[in-house]
Design a protein around this ligand. Sequence first.
Ligand code: UD1
Length: 374
Amino acid sequence: MKKIISVVGARPNFMKMAPVHKELSKYKSKIKHLIIHTGQHYSRGMSDVFFSELELPNPDIHLGVGSKSHAEQKARIMVEFEKIIIKEKPDLVMVYGDVNSTTAASIVSSKILSEEGRPVPVAHIESGLRSFDKSMPEEINRMITDILSEYLFVTEPSGVRNLRQEGIDEKKIFFVGNTMIDSLKFYLKKTAKSSILKELCISEKNYALATIHRPSNADSKVNLNKILNIFKSINKINPETEIVFPVHPRTLKMIEKFGLRKSFEEIKNLIITDPLGYLDFLKLTMNAKYVITDSGGIQEETTYLQIPCLTLRENTERPVTSEIGTNVICGLNERLITRKIREIESGKFKKGRTPRLWDGEAAKRIVKILLKKI
Ligand code: UD1
C-alpha cells in the first residue's frame, strides 16, 4: 500500500485538490490518501464551506496554523508538518497552487530523507506558472515549489515553456490540464441549487462581479481609492448594472484601516457580501455580465465559462486566459477599463476559446501518471 499526503491550506487549494482526491479514491486498495489542512485559512466561509460543498472528507489532520506574518505562517506550517511526515512516512506529498502552505510543505518534504536516503518526492499541481513579478508572494512560492518538485503537473503551455527555460528536467514535466476546471465542470450543474441571485435580488447578465484581495491592491490606500473610482465608472457607463462585491477578509480589514468603508458603502448599485461558498460564487460567475478581479483562479474560470474578465493587475501568470480566453489585463488603468466595459455593454468584447486539455480530465491524467511512477 502506497501513502500519498495532500497538503492544502487556503481557499483556492480546495477545488484544485477535490478531483484528485475523488480519482485517488478509486484506488483505495493501492493508495491511502491523507489530507492535511494547514489552517492557513480557518474561517468557515474561507475553508469549511468548501470541504462540504466539494464533498471532501474532513481533513485527516488539521495543523491549525491560522493567519500570521509570512515568515511565522510558513515556519509554523514547516514545524508541524515535519512531525507528520516523520510519523507517516508518505511515498509522495502533493501540493497545490502557489500559497504559503504549498511552499512550506514542499520545503519540508524535500528535506526529510527516507530509509533509502532519498527525500520524499513532491508533486506540484499547477506548476510552471510565472508572472515574472517577484513582488508577488505567490511568484516566489511558485518558483521555490517547482525547484523542489519531482512531478510538475502543468495547466497551460506557458508553464511548460517556463519550466524548460528554468532548466527543469523534461522527464519531470507533465502537461495535464487544470484540476480547478475539473471541479468547475463537475459542479456546474449543482449550481442549480444555489439561490444567490434571488437572495441578492439581481438577475442574470445584469450585474458585474468583483473580487479584490492581492496585497498590491488591498494593502494600498491609493489603489483601493482607484478601485472605488472604477466601481463609480461602472455606474456611469450603465446605471442599471449592479456590482456584486464579496469582500475577502484581508480587503475588508484594509478598507476599514484606511477609513474607506463609508465611501464603498455609498457607491450606487454596490452590493457588498461576505466571502461566498463555492456553488454560490460559481453561480454568480456564470451569470455575470462581466467580472472584475485580481484573483488568479477566477481568470481561468471566466475563460472556461466565456465570461468577460477584466483583471486589475499589471501581469498574469496565466497568459493563456488573455491570449485565447476572455481575460484582459488592465492594471488599474481606468481609461482602459471603461473602454473594455463599453465594449462588453455594446456586445463588441472579444470572444474566447477553451484552452487545450481544460476538459475535466486533468485529475485522471495526474493519477494515471502517479500510479505508474510511485
Ligand atoms: C492567500 C494566498 C493567495 C490566495 C488567497 C485566496 C498566500 C501568499 N496567499 O492570500 O495566493 O489567492 O489566499 O484567498 O498564500 N483571514 C480571515 N479568515 C481566513 C483567512 C484569512 O479572516 O479564513 C484574514 C486574516 O486576517 C489574514 C488575511 O485574511 O490576515 C490574509 O490571509 P492570508 O492567508 O495571509 O493570505 P490571503 O490574502 O488570504
